[in-house]
Design a protein around this ligand. Structure first.
Ligand code: FAD
Ligand code: FMN
Length: 749
């Protein structure tokens, strides 16, 4: 087979080695515009896990690479005068030059032809080869030439960074967070060979400009950074090598091959340097492509298989890299965290490392975090610790006004659609009662409507007639008498989403018969064929406000511990907040301040009626996932207003505002909004949305991304979710008396 590879970086060279090894009859030519030793950058990093893959792919090349490795286990985080060390991370570095040297020599041994000094302006001239490999890096000519087929997307990030080197040997992967008069500087530094380290300096665009670095030459950049990091460099110099300030660019392609042309490495995808994986991804692509060609002589089949194998792994890493790069864009947000939490937050930023993974890597580090977290929590809750165990973060108490929750797991509000005229019944007693026995610290009622007309469906619960108080009180009393859980009421009005079918009949679909008139901020139907709501008049607002106050008083009579108002998911109060559903031209429409006017009026009225010692929360949709809708920055302002109005905690959900929304689902997909609000507003938050493992809960809490974790479907699946999590973590959660025998029982599942 005749193979032409454009570009001679790690992807091309490694691929050349593997295909030539597989079949020495292949004719492989690598066209590289520079000399191999004219390389940019300094060191490259491989985790221990990646090294195992390399060793398996080609032991001889791996052995040659390994002879250059500088290995480290620790990550040192320098923050506000502290150094926090976490160990067990297992990485090795080597210089890019050494790597290219090893790969280049191995290519030559095997008979791969490397033509240096050959710039390829148009790859089309090589397409008479059996295969053309576009390994020409993130500015790929091959990708651009066939852009119509590859459909690349290029996301240029706002932060500025520069790759520098230094002679200072860092014993650990080292992060510095240093402020000067211009702003905050981040440094990512690691040793890649004895006496040589990579030293990447990163800052926001504003900080970088303030320091005048937009006009700096390479030499001036080095001078500036040497002065700024004089103490950290300990007398060592910084080294430059095409050390220009750049913006990181995330490259993605809808397709990685076209005909007999294929992309590998940075040409196909990039991942932020903070996850240290550009070279690793490039080499893993080479391994997969060579493997696919070995298995399939037909090039098209091989290219399809290559992409099928690599794309999921690459996209998963790109997702982690995206969260990681955003963390470095937003680092200013975390600068008030105490050192242990800052370190934990940094280490767990990409969701790839959890509380549990870290425990395996460095049990002492996690112990110290748990100890720190528990100390804070018990002080905050003014509670006594009854066990000698240091509880995992999820089993620490949390206090809001006079309410003390025994742990930080919350059963999310979940409509059951089995009430009649708003009356909760046996189903609700068993449903909520069993979840309270299941160990959560707080159990929410489903969205309970403040009027008959405010119900989503005919099956929704309500709090609008005296019999409702009695029925709810039975459930509340059961929870209080038989469990350690507290119970919260979520009050809402469905607005334009009222008068619809039960979830399993057709979510948000209008009733087929028996509809009732509906109201909203503006007369906009949810689906084009939905009922058109009446635009609320001031008199309607007064009526709704009265209903909320009345329902709050009844909720107090029923004994609920916490009251939540539903400002989310496109229901009535949310319809005022989102510009997509509020087109009013009066004092309740237009600016965010205006759009918040009525919801806040309701909040204030309810707060006045709800006992002062009991807390209130508000559920919001932090983002509408639709053009022109609420953005995370808007919800920060919403939370700020709520805080000013003495809301105790924000329950941060998202979406469901408009039918055409395109949510970006994923693990913990809404937690970043809770995190942002918590830090930027300084209000307590509940995180919700695809949180399903206790590792996630502990990680979110210990990192300070939220104060409480709210789980919905996980609790439908397993009412005893919290008890199971306690069991798995060896945490003693005592059973209620009738089940006392279980305190010594070992379940076998
Ligand atoms: C300035 C900089 C510094 C970096 N430093 C590091 C680091 O220290 N550690 C790390 O892990 N990663 C680093 N990276 C990222 C890392 O280099 C890449 O992720 C990795 O090298 C990707 O490998 P590749 O083979 O796909 O592409 P590359 O290594 O980029 O190789 C592409 C090659 O193609 C050649 N080429 C491009 N166009 C043509 C053409 N038209 N004709 C002929 N040849 C062409 C280029 O000269 C280059 O040698 C750095 C990236 C940049 C931009
Ligand atoms: C059956 C069901 C009913 C729901 N009802 C409500 C509700 O009454 N009020 C509310 O705010 N959210 C409601 N939600 C949304 C959940 O509270 C939660 O925000 C969402 O399911 C995401 O969490 P999860 O990934 O843990 O399931 C409901 C979700 C489900 C699955």
């Amino acid at each position: 087979m005749k193979i032409v590879t454009i570009g001679g970086g790690p992807a091309a060279l490694y691929f050349g080695i593997l295909v030539k090894q597989a079949d020495s009859g292949h004719e492989v030519t690598i066209l590289e515009r520079n000399r191999l030793e004219d390389t940019f950058g300094f060191g490259v990093v491989f985790s221990d896990a990646t090294q195992n893959n390399l060793a398996a792919a080609d032991p001889a090349t791996y052995a040659a690479m390994a002879s250059h490795f500088a290995h480290w286990d620790n990550i040192d985080i320098h923050y506000r005068g502290h150094v926090i060390t976490s160990s067990g991370h297992g990485f090795s570095g080597l210089s890019r030059q050494a790597l290219l040297g090893v790969l280049g020599r191995r290519c030559k041994e095997l008979g791969v032809c490397i033509e240096v000094g050959t710039e390829v302006p148009d790859p089309e001239v090589y397409t008479d080869a059996d295969l053309v490999v576009g390994a020409d890096g993130f500015n790929s000519t091959v990708r651009e030439r066939y852009a119509r087929h590859f459909q690349p997307s290029v996301d240029e990030r706002p932060n500025r960074f520069v790759w520098l080197g230094t002679t200072r040997p860092f014993p650990a992967f080292t992060f510095y967070f240093k402020r000067d008069k211009h702003g905050l500087w981040r440094v990512h530094a690691y040793q890649y060979e004895p006496g040589r380290s990579t030293f990447i300096v990163e800052a926001t665009e504003a900080t970088w400009r303030k320091a005048g670095l937009d006009k700096a030459t390479e030499h001036q950049t080095v001078e500036f950074c040497e002065t700024l990091f004089k103490e950290e460099l300990q007398g060592h110099r910084l080294l430059k090598n095409r050390s220009l300030w750049r913006n990181f660019v995330t490259v993605r392609n809808a397709a990685w091959s076209h005909g007999n042309v294929v992309l590998v490495g940075d040409a196909a995808h990039t991942a932020h340097f903070s996850v240290g994986s550009g070279t690793k991804l490039a080499i893993e692509d080479a391994i997969a492509l060579a493997g696919a060609l070995r298995r399939h002589p037909d090039v098209r089949t091989a290219l399809t298989e290559y992409e099928a194998e690599r794309r999921p792994a690459v996209e998963s890493l790109q997702r982690a890299a995206q969260v990681s790069l955003q963390w470095f864009e937003d680092t200013e947000r975390y600068m008030s965290l105490e050192p242990p939490q800052f370190a934990f937050n940094l280490l767990t930023r990409s969701l790839r490392i959890t509380h549990d993974n870290l425990k395996v890597r460095d049990p002492k580090f996690v112990e110290s975090i748990d100890e720190w977290y528990a100390d804070k929590a018990f002080i905050q809750a003014n509670a006594a610790r009854h066990t000698p165990h240091v509880p995992p973060p999820m089993f620490t108490p949390f206090k809001l006004r006079d309410l003390v929750l025994s742990n930080r797991v919350v059963v999310s509000p979940m409509c059951q659609y089995v009430a009649e005229d708003g009356m909760p019944n046996e189903w609700h007693l068993v449903h909520l009662g069993s979840r309270a026995i299941g160990g959560a610290g707080l159990v929410f009622s489903e969205m309970t409507d403040v009027s008959r007309e405010g119900r989503i469906s005919p099956g929704c619960t309500g709090m609008y007639k005296p019999e409702h108080v009695t029925a709810w009180k039975r459930i509340v009393d059961f929870v209080h008498v038989n469990s350690g859980a507290k119970i919260a009421m979520q009050l809402g009005h469905a607005g334009r989403k009222a008068s619809t079918q039960r979830m399993w009949e057709g979510m948000d679909e209008p009733l087929k018969g028996g509809n009732w008139p509906i109201i909203s901020a503006s007369p906009l139907p949810y689906f084009p064929y939905s009922q058109v709501p009446k635009e609320m008049t001031r008199a309607d607002m007064d009526e709704v406000k009265y209903d909320f106050v009345h329902a709050a008083q009844m909720s107090n009579d029923a004994g609920f511990d916490l009251l939540e108002l539903h400002f989310a998911h496109g229901y009535l109060l949310a319809s005022f907040i989102s510009p997509l559903t509020n087109q009013r031209t009066d004092a309740y429409g237009g600016s965010l301040e205006n759009r918040m006017r009525f919801p806040l009026e309701v909040f204030d009225a309810v707060r006045g009626a709800w006992p002062h010692h009991k807390p209130m929360s508000v559920r919001i949709s932090a983002v509408d996932w639709a053009p022109g809708g609420m953005q995370p920055a808007d919800s920060v302002e919403v939370a700020r207003l709520l805080k000013q109005h003495e809301c105790d905690i924000t329950d941060v959900s998202a979406g469901q505002t408009v039918a055409e929304a395109k949510p970006q689902y994923g693990r913990q997909y809404q937690t970043p909004f809770a995190d942002r609000i918590r830090h930027e507003v300084g209000i307590a938050t509940m995180a919700v949305g695809n949180i399903s493992s206790y590792q996630d809960v502990n990680t979110i809490l210990a990192a300070g991304r939220a104060d409480l974790c709210v789980l919905a479907r996980a609790h439908l699946w397993d009412p005893y979710w919290t008890r199971h999590a306690a069991y798995e973590q060896g945490y003693p959660l005592v059973w209620p008396d009738p089940y006392a025998t279980l305190n010594r029982y070992k379940p076998r599942l």
